[in-house]
Design a protein around this ligand. Structure first.
Ligand code: IPE
Ligand code: IPE
Ligand code: MG
Length: 250
């Protein structure tokens, strides 16, 4: 076995955690409340979660807030979600900025209102200097959209076919300028699917699926997911050096 085949032990704490925040609607329904109530509780859960992940040493938290496919929902729910973003920014931006959170928005901004675009710009501008943790909010985002926009940028940049490599595409993906690929991918709400979140970037992420509905996803659930991650054996297609595997068993 050469050094190239050897896989270093995983760091105990993931650098980048990606989350599909699912289950808001069911959380509200179980309380006989409208779905919007669940989305509101979901925002509160996110603000708590970002601080907990930062305390645990995670550097980037990316969250799926609105997918390319969520436009299929009833108009009332879609417009409710859009206005919730504005409410969330005015309610929480000062706190997040003070907590050292750097906010980045990823997704197709062309389809959202000017008001929303301005709110995103304000959130990004006001927190740009922060370094404690980066919160990437995926809004009007789809993993397939991301791959397509990266491919288009290769064309726009005038790349020859042989220059369209994995590295060339990776560099042009939405999170590439500020985040490594996710180490840990969590989905709340009980479904075991990716639903078009970070398709390209999650090639070697560790997955944790939990039945916990997003508004209930608190410190205990976060620590359980991080503990599950710490127990995983990441090989990236390589193999574990036998002496390392042995040392871990004792
Ligand atoms: C996830 O919660 C939030 C968004 C997609 C905006 P859902 O709204 O999908 O909640 P469930 O899955 O219907 O419970
Ligand atoms: C994924 O949840 C999108 C977000 C959490 C923003 P969905 O509820 O839209 O996914 P499906 O429809 O169950 O796959
Ligand atoms: Mg859902």
């Amino acid at each position: 076995m050469t050094d190239r085949d050897r896989v270093p032990p995983p760091p105990q704490v993931p650098r980048h955690v990606a989350i599909v925040m699912d289950g808001n609607g069911r959380w509200a329904r179980s309380r006989f409340m409208p779905r919007f109530f669940g989305h509101k509780a979901g925002v509160d859960a996110l603000v708590r979660a970002v601080n907990t992940f930062a305390d645990r040493g995670v550097q980037v938290l990316s969250v799926f807030a609105f997918s390319s496919e969520n436009w299929k929902r009833p108009d009332e729910e879609v417009s409710g979600l859009m206005s919730l973003v504005l409410v969330a920014v005015s309610k929480y931006l000062t706190k997040l900025a003070r907590d050292g959170v750097r906010i980045r928005i990823v997704g197709d901004r062309t389809a959202v209102s000017d008001k929303l675009r301005q709110a995103w710009e304000q959130a990004e501008g006001q927190t740009a200097h922060n370094t404690r943790i980066t919160l990437a909010v995926a809004f009007n985002y789809g993993g397939r959209w991301d791959i397509v926009q990266a491919a288009r940028r290769c064309v726009e940049d005038g790349l020859a076919p042989e220059q369209v490599t994995e590295a060339a595409l990776s560099q042009r993906m939405a999170l590439a300028s500020f985040a490594p690929d996710p180490d840990l991918f969590i989905r709340t709400g009980g479904e075991m699917r990716i639903s078009n979140f970070l398709l390209w970037q999650s090639a070697y992420a560790e997955f944790v699926f939990t039945d916990c509905l997003w508004p209930d996803f608190g410190e205990r659930e976060i620590d359980a997911a991080l503990a599950a991650y710490a127990r995983r054996d990441r090989r990236f297609g390589g193999i574990r050096p036998p002496e390392l595997a042995l040392a871990e068993r004792v």
